[in-house]
Design a protein around this ligand. Sequence first.
Ligand code: V0D
Length: 253
Amino acid sequence: MNRDREKRESELIKLISAEKLPKHVAIIMDGNGRWARKQGLPRIAGHREGMNTLKEIITCANELGINVVTLYAFSTENWKRPSWEVEFLMRLPEEYLKTELQPLIEKNVVIRVMGDLEQLPAVTKRAIKNALQATKDNTGMILNFALNYGGRSEILNAVKKIAERVQEGALKPEEISEDLFTRYLYTGDLPDPDLLIRPSGELRISNFLLWQLAYTELWFTTTLWPDFKKEHFLKAILDYQERERRFGGINKI
Ligand code: V0D
């Protein structure tokens, strides 16, 4: 029942410490297709329901005061899906922004996208570029979508850019430090994620933020993304704070 859920949410909120929130939460939005099949619905119904979850979680993250949320929306592997599904997915950024851009602007949210946008349909690119432009001067939460993103490819792109700088004579090999390397990634100006959430029972990283997840707390649940609600998100944050309380500072590794 809805009242029970609200009760559980408010109980969880009371337990969360506002001072020790994760600054950056990364999420793999997984399990939409499986959710649909379980309901006897077409896969696209799962993606649509997943979008409702996305809205709920973004609102919650913003209200809590989390600084950055990075969402895995489309991986470089996702091109292997049936073309009708890829085409449907590619319409979702525009559909999402049609209703959500204005409210996000009002909440001072900065929309960002990381990945190779070149290969996306022109209409998708246009909707995204418009959203980036419209929110670039905002100063609130950063909403970072990984779109046509792959972690290994991100690392290779960084390597290539650094190699070019070396070849130009603008950089010496001995100057290539972890800090320098980090700045050549899409997330160069962001803190590493403190917490990674992966729903749907898969226990893998799946080529997401490979470099950035080196010290990230990982939180898994068998709940599918369309069933993932505010209470699951709050529980993940509470578990994160509990781990920090027990191990923070010492035994960090
Ligand atoms: C489908 C559940 C929002 C996961 C959420 C093309 C799978 C809904 C966006 C979006 C997707 C992306 C960029 C942007 C604004 C919104 C999105 C995709 C899939 C992949 F600037 N939802 N969403 N993008 N789904």
